[in-house]
Design a protein around this ligand. Structure first.
Ligand code: DGL
Length: 262
């Protein structure tokens, strides 16, 4: 048993969607969350830079005594998790687009994946996608510009709706019946997506699966907390504290946010 914290990082506020699932499943665990908003979006950066940023975040979390790190970012996972796992001693949990459940359940055999350029061009995404999608058409759509708009904190703007619609409409026209959200920022688009998707299209994201995997790895490594009181949570951002605070309020989480130039 262990009373150290779980470390979570993302290129910004998106990984709070993963944090939300983790604290629901593991309410007694303490977490420290890093929003590297200053460097968002990761998805448009070269792979070496995404790796360097992932190392920086990992080392900061390790300096805070984390027992396990959740890479709550598809772009960082697909570009850096192998390196992180081989170079640091703590367990790492990553997140990848949930292609498998979409491929198993699609009736039209056409699945859309909305993700960043960094994720869609990674070799990890391609090998996972290839392994699960025999006989399925996968429509890969880059969500260029979406992360920046979400990071600005306005999740209900007309411009955001229009940009999203530009990405979704061609996939609908091709017959997609499953839409995989391959970026942890995108669950915050679900209210807008629901306005534009017909009822036969199912949205999938990987948040709950990541939380279950976190629990199982903690159990397996005897790292679950021994505490029986609700865990405390710390949120650090090197961007706008108000944006992170507002997104937390939107999921009814009452935690304070601290600016830190990590
Ligand atoms: N939340 C990150 C992801 O899951 C966004 C990447 C970015 O900053 O472009 O991919």
């Amino acid at each position: 048993m262990d009373d150290k914290r779980i470390g979570i990082f993302d290129s910004g506020i998106g990984g709070t969607s993963i944090w939300g699932e983790i604290q629901e499943l593991l309410p007694f665990e303490e977490c420290i969350y890093l929003a590297d908003s200053k460097n968002a979006p990761y998805g448009e950066k070269p792979a070496e830079q995404i790796l360097a940023l992932s190392i920086k975040n990992t080392e900061y979390l390790l300096s805070q005594g984390c027992k396990l790190i959740v890479v709550a970012c598809n772009t960082a996972t697909t570009n850096a998790i192998d390196y992180l796992r081989s170079n640091y001693d703590v367990p790492f949990i990553g997140i990848e687009p949930a292609i498998k459940p979409a491929a198993i359940n699609t009736r039209s055999k056409i699945v859309g994946v909305l993700a960043t350029k960094g994720t869609l061009s990674s070799s990890l995404f391609h090998s996972t996608s290839k392994n699960h999608t025999e006989g399925i058409t996968v429509l890969e759509q880059r969500g260029t510009g979406l992360v920046e708009m979400i990071e600005s904190g306005n999740l209900d703007s007309e411009d955001l709706y229009r940009l999203l619609e530009r990405y979704i409409t061609p996939m609908l026209e091709k017959g997609m019946d499953y839409l995989v959200l391959g970026c942890t920022h995108y669950p915050y688009l679900i209210p807008l997506l629901k306005k534009m998707l017909p009822e036969n299209v199912t949205i999938i994201d990987s948040g709950q699966a990541v939380a279950r995997q976190t629990k199982s790895v903690l159990e397996h490594n005897d790292l679950l907390t021994s505490s029986a009181v609700m865990g405390a949570h710390q949120f650090f951002t090197n961007g706008d504290e108000n944006v992170l605070a507002t997104i937390l309020q939107s999921v009814k989480a009452k935690h304070s946010v601290t600016f830190k130039d990590f």
